[in-house]
Write a new protein. Sequence first.
Length: 531
Amino acid sequence: MTGDVRMDHAAHPPTDDEEIQDWNGDCDEPMEVAAPLPAASEDSNRGIESRLESLQLETKAATHVKDKVGVVPKEVEDLNDHEEDRKRHLNVVFIGHVDAGKSTTGGQILFLSGQVDDRTIQKYEKEAKDKSRESWYMAYIMDTSEEERVKGKTVEVGRAHFETENTRFTILDAPGHKSYVPNMISGASQADVGVLVISARKGEFETGYEKGGQTREHVQLAKTLGVSKLVVVVNKMDEPTVQWSRDRFDEIESKMTPFLKSSGYNVKKDVQFLPISGLAGINMKTRVDKSICSWWNGPCLFEVLDSVEVPLRDPKGPVRMPIIDKYKDMGTVVMGKIESGTIHEGDSLLVMPNKANVKVLSVQCDENKVKQAGPGENVRVKLAGVEEDDILAGFVLSSVANSVGAFSEFNAQLQILELLDNAILSAGYQAVLHIHAIVEECEITDLIEQIDLKKKKETDTKKKKQKRKPFFVKNGAVVLCRIQVTNLVCIENFSVFPQLGRFTLRSEGKTIAIGKVVELPQAGSSTFPAA
């Protein structure tokens, strides 16, 4: 599949018996040739050159790495607005086992795309050398806190921006350590495309892939959270135990392919494997030289990312923006990814579930103020009419006329992955629910029906009514159940709005099940529709 890097997009909506999945231009116009200008003086030319150089520096400063709130010069704002009109936008999450090289790869991308200058890199090199961690310097671009730099482990989801010829990207650098999986879930829930980073170093791939490694859990979580396209980069190919070995690359691909299929990915259409060196930046912006790797004839990382098709989005649909964070800055500012609809400056919206009527004072996208932002954009929205203390992560910014529902229970189709100590799951089982930005304690109050996905199409209504309710289910089972949560949560039926209808269940730091919302109580009632 190395010859064709374009990933076809599945246009059909999912049916109930399908595994949980998501639906996921260059429009330059010919330039007009202007009439010749009068000859300018040497002094005026110098002035123009100086101003252009100044603007270029301001533009680079305004699009630097981690999210920082700052004042952007109007000229830069205008330039960026023009670019936004021309380029599409994608959110890319970097996932994988701890120490696979996610932060280093993300930092190298920012350096290669011109977001970080040589002087900054030299500073990070010195800082890493002083800590006797010479190979960590590129990761410092993404890992900005002292805790992350000392431990060499990403804790929070890093965020940065870069551009290729046709696409604006937001990088989401997810932590790989199992202690920070909830943070990884938060990052993956905002992404359109996943970059699964795997270490080719002898022993490191095996540690991440075998039971208990984060490679497997991250893949399953990414698919459940709606990351429908996956780029699998086999990193550290220049390491002495690998030395760009084709056998090692093929071994990793052959082991990962069956697992990716079992996780719900169409490997031929939705997955691309490629070898890279994140630390050296090889096969990332430009294709690897044949003198380094003679057997690779495929694309580089930038080419693959630039060719991924944009997921289907509805800019005219009802506004849905799960809130991932909030802070105070001359008003209440909320952060999140717009999943549906378009948010305009001056809009009247609703914060659910507390039904607070708010007005949009401003919209900020990629650190630039914009008049409006559409689905897929990671934005900061300044609101009037609500206090910061009245908003929690998991609340949803919603249209007034077609608002998101808030529920304390729902029916779900649940796929059991691995229960703790090979236990059984029955009514009364308690876990932690992760759905978009929500983290809530929940209880399974009723097991309604065990589902055989392979035979479901053959099961008629009469047989379905004769089925007995199961008392318990074990690992690998698929069950229709009722889930109750402590507080009201903003969710949607998966068949209507998949972004707010897919979830995971975790217990004692481990993902035990994945699921989708299949039925909600009737409006204004706690009862469910009759079967």
